[in-house]
Design a protein around this ligand. Structure first.
Ligand code: HH2
Length: 283
């Protein structure tokens, strides 16, 4: 059975592995851009991910790939309108991947329960207040700079310590805006203003992030670092690397994984959880 929102928010304590399936209703996402832009294909894709064992469907109407431009709220909402209400009726939690409060409000009204904000609520000051008012959960993700420029020579002295401090500060900001800490999830933002060695350090550093005491989410799916390590340029053929990255982070204490290939990652995590002595499906 899919995890409830409460199961997801308790996953760092129970060790339950949670799989978030990616639904990009965009013409230009880095791996699946254009494939689910048409509403019927998007709804079919969501149904398939639910059947494959996704606990959450993360719906996004804006690509954040390196170099991408921002999409205005009205256009994001127009892309979501014919898709999100149907996904919200599928019996799993829905998250909305946006940095804009106006888009988040539309999605929460349509049945979403989680706001996934790659800016950790720095882009739109109204986002945290909205999350608090609605009692929604929020994903606070680390990004260095903005998607337009984030891959231009990212620099850190100690990437794990700096990302952890950033996430601690954003948790404090969320609490100051009235969002309960037990409604927050943190994410180191694999590929968002990070070079290869930074991504590897963060995958190794899941334990340090788990010490923040809230669930930790990783989104390594099909990302460029896998191509850099393996020479695989085709993003559709990075499943092995995606699974390896999820399992490394899971071993360190991360429990939520945002992926394109739901069935395979659900299976890998079920085995990893059983070996670790937990049951990925029923804690
Ligand atoms: N990665 C992407 C988008 N949203 N959200 C979280 N919390 N963590 C991530 O790592 C993350 C995210 C980028 O991946 P994708 O949605 O596949 O591509 P695009 O941004 O091009 O739509």
């Amino acid at each position: 059975m899919a995890a409830s929102l409460e199961d997801i928010l308790a996953s760092h304590r129970t060790g339950r592995a949670v799989v978030m399936g990616i639904l990009n209703v965009t013409p230009d996402s880095f791996s699946d851009g254009g494939r689910f832009f048409d509403p019927a294909s998007a709804v079919a894709r969501a149904l398939r991910m639910v059947a494959e064992g996704a606990d959450v469907i993360d719906v996004g109407a804006e690509s954040t790939r390196p170099g991408s431009d921002r999409i205005p709220a009205a256009e994001q909402i127009a892309r979501l309108e014919p898709v999100l209400p149907d996904v919200a009726r599928m019996g799993v939690a829905v998250s909305i991947d946006t940095t804009l409060a106006e888009v988040a409000r539309f999605a929460l009204d349509a049945g979403a329960a989680i706001v996934n904000d790659v800016s950790a609520a720095r882009d739109d000051p109204k986002l945290l207040r909205l999350t608090a008012e609605r009692g929604a959960a929020v994903v606070l993700m680390h990004m260095l700079g903005q998607p337009k420029s984030m891959q231009q020579e990212p620099r850190y002295d100690d990437v794990v310590a700096e990302v952890r401090q950033f996430l601690a500060d954003r948790l404090t900001a969320a609490e100051a805006a009235g969002v309960r800490r037990d409604r927050c999830i943190v994410d180191p933002g694999i590929g968002f203003g990070k070079g290869l060695r930074h991504n590897l350090a963060l995958l190794r550093g899941a334990g340090a992030l788990a010490e923040l005491g809230v669930p930790v989410l990783y989104g390594p799916s099909r990302k460029r670092f896998i191509g850099e390590l393996t020479g695989q340029g085709d993003t559709d053929r990075r499943l092995g690397g995606t699974i390896a990255a999820c399992l490394a982070a899971f071993a360190g204490g991360a429990t939520i994984f945002r992926v394109h290939d739901v069935a395979e990652v659900v299976q890998a995590l079920a085995v990893a959880a059983a070996v670790a002595g937990a049951d990925a499906r029923r804690p």
